[in-house]
Design a binder for this molecule. Structure first.
Ligand SMILES: [Zn+2]
Length: 83
């Protein structure tokens, strides 16, 4: 059976959703920059799995690599992605 993924684009600067539907992908469109700044992947249970940041959050020292990934993995119970 083919795996179906849904990519949703929302406008804003933060994605607060840590749980939605299985295998979802959410793109975050920054309305000021008019570009995608963030993409979030969810696992087969609909829980947040990994974030892909397409910016350095304005902190190039902390985030020298763009784009970069934030793997929620063990951090998912903390309520943030460890930025
Ligand atoms: Zn980041």
């Amino acid at each position: 059976m083919r795996k179906v993924e849904y990519i949703i684009t929302i406008k804003g600067t933060t994605n607060e959703s840590v749980k939605i539907f299985p295998n979802a992908v959410i793109d975050l469109l920054n309305p000021k920059q008019d570009k995608i700044t963030h993409r979030r992947f969810y696992n087969e249970e609909g829980n947040v799995k990994v974030d892909i940041d397409l910016t350095d959050h304005g902190h190039s020292k902390a985030h020298p690599i763009v784009p970069h990934a934030h793997d929620w993995g063990m951090a998912k119970d903390k309520g943030n992605s460890g930025h």
